[in-house]
Ligand binder design. Structure first.
Ligand code: LMR
Length: 401
């Protein structure tokens, strides 16, 4: 029956790791997937995660019962407060509903399913470019995707005018997906003043913001600073919005799949109905979320000492990424790489969007065993000081070939 089945689309990001694993060359460098690596190129389990995990497994009260469909209630509350802020009015007024999800992807998918079923406008605006899964997630639920301009190829910065003009012409009620910080893949974020201008248009056009928060604390090293855009929008009068949160990067809980979906609405009464509809979506999809990762995250968010320790480790990761930007920039300068590469220092977060063409990316991979996405995105978090020179050499060679 499946004789003529098509092989299925290859994922543009996760497939890179498969090819990288199969490469036997000792010089190989995986800058494809956005996953933090130590200076030695190894995955990092945060100390604070090890401590919290130990506490969770040794707690005699821990069991393997099902969680409610909405997940670990304490985790949901603490996640909401982490993102919106403890003193947020919508949070205090109990009109932000939060459910535990299978990391950020699960939150986006659940949010998309909710919108497809319960939101009248079927148009979703994504930044051009955006994380590739955004397109497939919204398409899968039958929503129509359009793009707003975002990246200015020449300056390798934000195309603010393009962004504003495209959002101004978005039909009233359209959903607009916004990366609250550390935009993936470009590493270009609006300034606070630019966020204010975006908010004004969102209010004027009655657009529905869907924030994707995959890097809170990872961009600037400060949890509050990275939540500033979301909090600004959330505080606007009459604002309704969605938020997808992931703890993959900021707690390094990648494979534990820990995340949350929040929906901000106008009253507690509406919120409890929304929660009911989210449960109705969750039950036939995966019934209820897994316990382990969320218990670790909740422990870190609840325990004052662990929380402080987490902030230090988080700032350490953000700092190492910044140092890698500096190192790569200097190595490119040293090799007199043609063009202006100072954008590497201006872009923030996990990624740098290099502007390398597909052909140049192919040279990087085939000839130099440097793995990156074919749109020229490199994960700065995967680089180490000892490999920055090698990467710069590969870039210079790819440009000159
Ligand atoms: C990435 O963009 O590399 C990460 O968010 C990992 C993923 O799932 O794509």
């Amino acid at each position: 029956v499946w004789e003529d089945i098509e092989p299925g689309e290859v994922d543009p990001i996760l497939s890179i790791s498969d090819v990288w694993k199969a490469d036997a060359d000792p010089k190989k460098l995986n800058l494809g997937v956005g996953a933090y690596r130590t200076e030695e190129g190894k995955p990092l389990v945060l100390n604070v995660v090890r401590k919290a995990e130990q506490a969770v497994v040794s707690d005699p009260g821990t069991n393997k019962e099902y969680l409610p469909m909405t997940g670990n209630a304490e985790f949901c509350q603490l996640s909401r407060e982490l993102a919106f802020g403890k003193s947020s009015t919508p949070v205090q007024e109990n009109r932000v509903v939060t459910v535990q999800t299978l990391s950020g992807t699960g939150a986006l998918r659940l949010g998309a399913e909710f919108l497809a079923a319960h939101y009248p406008c079927k148009l979703v605006y994504l930044s051009d470019p955006s994380w590739p899964s955004h397109l497939t997630i919204f398409n899968k639920v039958g929503l129509q995707v359009r793009y707003y301009r975002y990246f200015h190829a020449e300056s390798k910065g934000l195309d603010f005018q393009g962004l504003i003009s495209d959002l101004c012409s978005a039909p009233q009620g359209s959903v607009v997906v916004l990366h609250n910080c550390a935009h993936n893949p470009t590493g270009c974020d609006p300034t606070l003043q630019q966020w204010r201008a975006i908010l004004e248009i969102v209010v004027q056009r009655q657009l529905l913001p869907f924030f994707d928060s995959a890097y809170q604390g990872f961009a600037s090293g400060d949890l509050d600073e990275d939540a500033a855009s979301l909090r600004m929008f959330s505080a606007a009068p009459g604002m309704e919005l969605l938020l997808a949160q992931s703890y993959a990067k900021n707690m390094g809980l990648y494979g534990e799949r820990v995340g949350a979906l929040s929906v901000q609405c106008l009253s507690k009464r509406v919120g409890s109905r929304i929660e009911g509809q989210l449960k109705a979506l969750i039950r036939p999809m995966y019934s209820n979320p897994p316990i382990h990762g969320a218990a670790i995250a909740a422990k870190i968010l609840r325990d004052k000492d662990l929380y402080e320790e987490w902030k230090v480790e988080l700032a350490g990761m953000a700092g190492r990424i910044k140092a890698m930007r500096q190192a790569l920039y200097e190595e490119l300068q040293r090799r007199k790489a043609p063009g202006d590469w100072s954008f590497i220092l201006r872009q923030i977060g996990m990624f740098s969007y290099t502007g390398l063409t597909r052909e140049q990316c192919e040279i990087m991979t085939r000839k130099h065993h440097v793995y990156l996405t074919m749109e020229g995105r490199i994960s700065m978090a995967g680089l180490s000081a000892s490999r920055a020179g090698y990467l710069a050499e590969a870039i210079v060679d790819a440009i000159k070939t």
